[in-house]
Design a protein around this ligand. Structure first.
Ligand SMILES: [Zn+2]
Length: 228
């Protein structure tokens, strides 16, 4: 028997096998996609429900539009509240409109230290076992038993753009930034909604940490494919 020939045949089979594996759909699904995303930096703010609006600003009161934000239909209101925690207060906390079904307070980690309350990093609406806070308005005060979070970084994207870049609602991507404080932000959650304008939402601390400002552009890199 010619061992050399047999070995050569075996090696050829291994190489063909390897090449086939590299071309598999699994490999191409994780390939990076070029996606330029404008940055939107969120300062501490609060979303109010109707009932809390009534207590804080008066029965039947409405929010006054102060400044539009990039996501359609949403705006910063003229109304501000004070947050009071066990250790301290934060005043002039901007209300974001329109009103929602549930009151939600979004602060930074440093804000949590100032208030004396440790808020978890969560996606909007995921308020289970989050700490509460006292909210003080010109007409009254509300004692919340939960609803305070540090917002999980995320991008807003329309269904069309998401499709183009192979992104799906709920998946996580990496975002790469350049500049002297450049780096990679991992676990950026993709939020696909009908009227979304492409934007990366990070808080003030994340922005400062990476030297980013409103309107800067970062690069999205598709990282994993999560189904469901
Ligand atoms: Zn957002």
């Amino acid at each position: 028997m010619n061992y050399t020939e047999q070995q050569a045949e075996w090696i050829t089979q291994q190489i063909l096998h390897e090449l086939a594996a590299r071309k598999s759909p699994a490999a191409s699904a994780t390939a990076p996609v070029a996606l330029e995303i404008p940055v939107g930096v969120s300062n501490r703010h609060i979303h109010l429900c109707r009932e809390d609006m009534d207590i804080l600003f008066g029965y039947g009161s409405t929010l006054t539009r102060f400044k539009a934000v990039k996501q359609p239909g949403q705006y910063a209101a003229e109304e501000v509240v004070t947050l009071r925690g066990p250790k301290g207060e934060l005043s002039n906390v901007r209300v974001l409109g329109p009103l929602r079904n549930t009151t939600q307070v979004e602060i930074s980690v440093a804000d949590g230290f100032a208030l004396g309350a440790k808020a978890p990093v969560r996606m909007s609406g995921d308020l289970l076992e989050s700490p509460g806070i006292d909210i003080i308005g010109p007409k009254g005060r509300v004692v919340k038993h939960n609803g305070m979070i540090v917002a999980w970084r995320h991008i807003h994207i329309s269904p069309q753009e998401a499709e183009q870049h192979g992104l799906r609602d709920g998946m996580e991507i990496d975002v790469k930034t350049d500049g002297p404080r450049g780096g990679v932000l991992s676990h950026v959650v993709v939020r696909v909604t009908a009227d979304a304008v492409l934007e990366l939402h990070i808080d003030v601390e994340e922005a400062n940490g990476f030297g980013l400002r409103n309107g800067d552009r970062v690069r999205g890199i598709k990282q994993d494919v999560r189904h469901g």
